[in-house]
Design a protein around this ligand. Structure first.
Ligand code: LLP
Length: 432
């Protein structure tokens, strides 16, 4: 079986780190997300080393949207990571986790005045996505008597091999300022009193399994950086965004490493900056690559039904993992308590949500499955819990963190009370 590195099979059971998933399910209940902290830390180190061994002025800004649990952010802060934050909430989470404001970048194509005011208050750099936003930020920073360092988000107009919903650098995407308008944008920023252009930013898309598109992106950025330097902008950083994917179909998908990525990008970068006579920092914003394979979703089997297909009805659906439904994404599955058994039938794993599309995995050859078995969905650390909802009146499940021989909750499961905790009773609805 082709498993992520933090998983193994012992005594017929799937283990994460040193922990038997069957024991974890009995202790914490299902559905349950479980993350191996050592794996997250190892991946961060791998990313950082891949760059810092090739260029000494590198920053890794973990994309907090992939998994914003404070325990994950804290572990990464401890490793020295910064963060790409995409909302006021992610900014607060990152600061709470102890991340240095100097290592954060506030991204986003639609920031409210309150978002911008928070960035100013916390002393965080902003990636500005429009001229309108530039004007708002200049005014808000001015009112606070501050000056904010910014980058502009560039739309590099690049086609990339990934799902169209997550190809963010397309000419037609909502993100960024077209490369042809970028010089004018920096000119406008140079004219602002309370904004200082300090960097340039792009992000071409997510779950990209080739490194060549990143080399193309950095060369677009370098070309712009040289022109901006001529314009009088002192660039302190070039931020290439995130996007390197992971092989969800292990053994079939290409498996580019961060070392492959860095060796495609850094030479283009160093040659370009030398030629332009500048020495900016190189920033990257990986999310998925750092956390995806550290985490599993354990889900219990409520029933098995032989109908048009052999359905395994489990207790987690797209309320907890929306990627298969939203992007047609593939996630490997393992029967946790029968992990050493040979496939017996072809199964489709179906969630409990009232929609036909609520399938976590289709047509998988698995050992004979019965009520009470445990299905583990692999590689769910990125955009798993982070995209969960309470749809269909389902409280979100717990998240457990393991490290060495320790296992502890990093988020309790929501209760039925949590379904109503934030609701209000309008005064005309008398309590009966
Ligand atoms: N930086 C920016 C500005 C981004 O928008 C993103 C992701 C990242 C970095 C991190 O990208 P990564 O390294 O994780 O590929 N929910 C989708 C993925 C959406 C990604 C959005 N932006 C999924 O489940 O595949």
């Amino acid at each position: 079986m082709n498993l992520p590195p933090c998983l193994s099979v012992r005594n017929g059971h799937l283990h994460i780190g040193r922990h038997d998933t069957v024991t974890l399910a009995a202790r914490f209940g299902t559905p349950l997300y479980v993350t191996d902290e050592d794996r997250v830390r190892a991946r961060y180190r791998e990313v950082h080393a891949a760059f810092s061994s090739r260029y000494d002025r590198v920053r890794v800004l973990y994309a907090a949207k992939a998994n914003g649990n404070p325990a994950i952010l804290r572990a990464l802060a401890d490793e020295g990571s910064g963060a790409d934050v995409f909302s006021a909430g992610e900014l607060i989470l990152a600061l709470e986790a102890g991340m240095d404001p100097d290592r954060l970048l506030f991204n986003g194509s639609s920031k409210s005045p309150a978002d911008l005011a928070l960035a100013v208050e916390k002393g965080v750099r902003v990636s500005v996505d429009s001229l309108d936003e530039l004007q708002s930020l200049d005014r808000i920073a001015g009112e606070a008597g501050e000056t904010v360092e910014i980058a502009f988000r560039v739309n590099p107009a690049l086609e990339v091999p990934t799902h169209p919903k997550i190809a963010t650098g397309l000419r037609t995407s909502k993100f960024g300022i077209p490369a042809s308008d970028i010089l004018a944008a920096y000119r406008a920023a140079l004219g602002c009193e309370h904004v200082r252009p300090a960097g340039i930013h792009c992000h071409i898309g997510s779950q990209i399994l080739e490194v060549e598109p990143f080399a193309r992106a950095i060369s677009v950025m370098i070309d712009l950086a040289a022109r901006l330097t001529d314009l009088g902008v002192r660039l302190r950083f070039i931020d290439l965004g995130g996007g390197l994917g992971i092989p969800y179909r292990r053994g079939t998908d290409p498996e580019p490493s961060f070392s492959d990525y860095a060796s495609a990008v850094v030479p283009v970068f160093t040659e370009g900056v030398e030629e332009a006579g500048i020495s900016p920092e190189l920033w990257v914003e990986p999310g998925r690559y750092i956390v995806a394979d550290s985490t599993i979703l354990i889900t219990g089997v409520n029933s098995v039904k032989e109908a048009h297909r052999r359905f395994v009805n489990v207790d987690a659906g797209f309320n907890l993992l929306i990627r298969p439904v939203m992007y047609g994404a593939y996630h490997g599955v393992v029967v946790a308590n029968k992990a050493d058994q040979a496939p017996a039938h072809r199964y489709t794993i179906a969630g409990p949500i009232c929609e036909t599309g609520d399938l976590l995995a289709e047509d998988r050859d698995l050992p004979a499955i019965a009520r009470g078995d445990l299905i583990v969905v692999l590689d769910t650390g990125a955009y798993g819990f982070a995209m969960s909802s309470q749809y269909n009146g389902r409280p979100r499940c717990a998240e457990v963190l393991v490290r060495g021989s320790d296992a502890a909750l990093m988020r309790r499961g929501e209760t039925m009370d949590d379904l109503i905790a934030a609701t209000e009773r309008p005064p005309w609805q008398a309590r009966r």
